[in-house]
Design a protein around this ligand. Structure first.
Ligand SMILES: *Cc1c(COP(=O)(O)O)cnc(C)c1O
Length: 431
C-alpha cells in the first residue's frame, strides 16, 4: 500500500506539532508505523491522502454513527452557516437541543452544553463537589474521562491506595482527591468508601467501557454502585460520552436500567462537531451558574453550527429506532463471523461486543477489567492492526480501543471485514 503522501505529511507535522498529531493515539505509536492522513470520507468509506480507500471502524471515535457526510446533517450545517457562526448569546436551537436530550435520556432533567467530553466530565465533578461539599472522587482503572487533571490518575495498585498522577503537570494535591478501584469490583469500591466516609463527592465511570477496549459491566455491578452511592450520598456520574445515543437511544443507562445522578455526553451529540454536555438531577444542575454558585462557562458553548449538526443527529436517532435494530444486527453478525473464523483456526481470543461496539483482545482470558485487558499480546495486536489496514480496514490503532460500527455498513462491508479478519489472523500467526 502506498502511503507516501501521509508519510511526508507526518514528517513535516513533527516539526510543528508535538508528536505530529493533535491527539496522541492518532500517531500510531501503539501499533508502529506511520499514521495515514485522512482527506475525505463518505458513508462507510474513508480516503487517505494517497487515495487509499478503507472501510470505517473508527467513525471519529463514535460520532459518525450514521456514516460519514450524512446528507441531513450536511444540509443542517449549510443552512445554519448562512446566519453566521457564533453569537455568544442564547439561541433557539440550544433550547430545542436541551429539550430533546431531556426527552431522550430520562435521568437528565436539566443539561448544560459544552465543547468536548473533557469539559463535560470536568464540569460534572465540579458541580458534584459543589453540591455535596466534598472533595474526593472515585474512578475506575482503565476508564478514560478526557484529559482533565482529576482523571489522569494511574491505576492504583491496591483498592485503598491514593492515586498518583499519570502525567507530569498533574499536582499531588489533585491526585490525592482521586481514588481508583478496579472495574467490576464492587467490594473494592465499598472498601474505598468505608475508608473515606463523608469525603467522596462523586463516583464516575463508563457504564460500558470503551477506553480499555470494549469491556462490559458484570451482572449487578452498576446496580451495586447505585446502591453504594445512595447509602453514602455520593453523586453517581455515568460518563456516556461514547455510549450515549449509541448503545440505545437513551444510552447504556437505558440498556442496563440504571439511573445516574449526572450524565456526561459528547461525540455523537455533536454529529461530528466539537460538542459535549452534562446534565442530570435538577437539584444538582441548579447549582450551576448563574442558577447557582458553581461556576462554569464557555464562549463557544451551544455554538449554533454545532447545535445544528447535533440537533439533526439526535432528532434522526430519536425518530428512527430502526437505527438501533440495525446496529445490533450488524454487531452480532460481525461477532459471529469473527468467532466462526477463530473456531476454524483453532484460536481462543476474547471478543467483547455489545451492540455496535467491539474489541478483539489478543488474550485467552476473559477481559473484565484493566489488568485482564493488559494481558493481551500487544505486539501481536500491532501486526493485526497493520494486516487489517493493508486489507482496507481502518481500525482504532491500539488494543485498548473499541471499534464503532455505523449504519452505513451494509452486509457486504461486514462480510469484507469478517474475511479480512480471518486472513489477517492467518497472516500474523502464519496459519
Ligand atoms: C472521548 C471520551 C471523553 C473525552 O471527550 P473529548 O471530546 O475527547 O474531550 C470522555 N469520556 C469518554 C468515555 C470518552 O470516550
Amino acid at each position: 500500500m502506498n502511503i507516501a503522501t501521509s508519510q511526508h505529511l507526518f514528517e513535516k507535522a513533527q516539526h510543528f506539532i508535538p508528536g505530529g498529531v493533535n491527539s496522541p493515539v492518532r500517531a500510531f505509536r501503539a501499533v508502529g508505523g506511520s499514521p495515514v492522513f485522512i482527506k475525505s470520507a463518505k458513508g462507510p468509506y474513508v480516503y487517505d491522502e494517497d487515495d487509499n480507500e478503507y472501510i470505517e471502524l473508527i467513525n471519529s471515535w463514535g460520532p459518525m454513527i450514521l456514516g460519514h457526510a450524512n446528507e441531513l446533517i450536511q444540509k443542517a450545517v449549510y443552512d445554519a452557516i448562512q446566519h453566521s457562526f457564533s453569537f455568544g448569546a442564547p439561541t433557539r436551537r440550544e433550547v430545542e437541543m436541551a429539550e430533546l436530550i431531556v426527552s431522550m435520556v430520562p435521568s437528565i432533567e436539566k443539561v448544560r452544553m459544552v465543547n468536548s467530553g473533557t469539559e463535560a466530565t470536568m464540569s460534572a465533578i465540579r458541580v458534584a463537589r459543589g453540591f455535596t461539599g466534598r472533595d474526593k472522587i472515585i474512578k475506575f482503572e482503565g476508564c478514560y474521562h478526557g484529559h482533565g487533571d482529576s482523571f489522569l490518575i494511574a491505576a492504583g495498585s491496591g483498592a485503598v491506595t491514593f492515586g498518583t498522577p499519570d502525567s507530569p503537570g498533574v499536582t499531588k494535591g489533585v491526585a490525592n482527591d482521586t481514588l481508583t478501584a478496579p472495574f467490576n469490583d464492587l467490594e473494592a469500591v465499598q472498601t474505598l468508601v468505608n475508608a473515606n466516609k463523608n469525603t467522596i463527592a462523586a463516583l464516575i465511570l463508563e457504564p460500558v467501557v470503551g477506553n480499555m477496549g470494549c469491556v462490559l459491566p458484570a451482572d449487578g455491578f452498576l446496580q451495586g454502585l447505585r446502591k453504594i452511592c445512595d447509602e453514602e450520598g455520593i453523586v453517581l456520574i455515568l460518563d456516556e460520552v461514547m455510549t450515549g445515543f449509541r448503545l440505545a437511544k437513551g444510552g447504556a443507562q437505558e440498556r442496563f436500567g440504571i439511573t445516574p445522578d449526572l450524565t456526561t455526553l459528547g461525540k455523537i451529540i455533536g454529529g461530528g462537531m466539537p460538542v459535549g454536555a452534562y446534565g442530570g438531577r435538577a437539584d444538582i444542575m441548579n447549582k450551576v451558574s448563574p442558577a447557582g454558585p458553581v461556576y462554569q462557562a464557555g464562549t463557544l458553548s451551544g455554538n449554533p453550527i454545532a447545535m445544528a449538526a447535533g440537533l439533526t443527529m439526535l432528532n434522526y436517532l430519536n425518530d428512527h429506532p430502526e437505527v438501533y435494530t440495525q446496529l445490533e444486527t450488524s454487531g452480532e453478525k460481525l461477532a459471529n463471523g469473527f468467532k466462526a473464523s477463530m473456531r476454524k483456526l483453532g484460536l481462543n481470543y476474547t471478543l467483547n461486543q455489545i451492540g455496535s461496539m467491539y474489541t478483539l483482545f489478543f488474550t485467552d482470558q476473559p477481559v473484565t477489567d484493566f489488568p485482564s485487558a493488559k494481558s493481551s499480546d500487544l505486539p501481536l495486536f500491532g501486526r493485526y492492526f497493520h494486516a487489517m489496514l493493508d486489507r482496507g480496514i481502518y481500525m482504532g490503532p491500539s488494543q485498548f480501543e473499541s471499534m464503532f460500527l455505523s449504519t452505513a455498513l451494509e452486509d457486504k462491508h461486514l462480510d469484507t471485514i469478517i474475511a479480512a479478519n480471518e486472513e489477517s489472523l492467518k497472516e500474523i500467526l502464519s496459519l
